[in-house]
Design a binder for this molecule. Sequence first.
Ligand SMILES: C[S@@+](CC[C@H](N)C(=O)[O-])C[C@H]1O[C@@H](n2cnc3c(N)ncnc32)[C@H](O)[C@@H]1O
Length: 211
Amino acid sequence: MVKQRVVPAVLILAGVAALWAAQTDTQLSDRAIRAYLDQIHGQRGMMNVPRADGEFLHDFIVKRGYKKGLEVGTSNGYSAIWMGMGLRKMGGRLITLEVDQRRASLARKNFTHVKLGEVIELREGDALEIIPQLKGPFDFVFIDAWKPDYIRYFQLLYPQIRPGGAILAHNVLSHGKDMQDFLEVIENHSDLETHIERRSQAGISVSIKRQ
Ligand SMILES: C[S@@+](CC[C@H](N)C(=O)[O-])C[C@H]1O[C@@H](n2cnc3c(N)ncnc32)[C@H](O)[C@@H]1O
């Protein structure tokens, strides 16, 4: 009698354990991802955002409930992983654009390693050519590529950002002189509410499109 009850209980426990294992196999905890981010941060030639800026991007996405994001300038995927971690909580997705083959290949490996391959899609090529082919609207774009091109990204992407959405740009404090035309537009645009996040010396501009 006891044996008859114990066997199904053991089978149920084994089933629960298998389900748990499958779950943890498809997702890495935030803690594990953050540990990996610390490992890949600052690799030579990758020009990653400072950790504080990565944290900000993650928190900003979660706080505003954004789901559909775009990044211009992937490098090895450091900032994309921060954003991907936020977007997976929202059931969202990120498209990230990178022109350099070597960095794109490193980023792909990193996305797979942290099991965010379903959340982050990398498109390899020149962002100025890819953006016109993308289907918006987007909740947000994070621009972190060649600084003098920011104004061109803005012109291409502004119509693709939904009202209530955001245009974020990196290095506005550290490289302001290389993007003066862009800064002038976002600071004076009647349909944008702009402020600068100063978590790091690089600075991130945050421009929210009015509803
Ligand atoms: C500052 S790094 C990006 C760092 C990344 N956001 C991070 O924090 O890990 C800039 C990247 O933009 C890429 N890039 C520059 N111009 C580009 C373009 N026209 N299209 C796509 N990627 C571009 C560069 O190859 C470089 O990897």
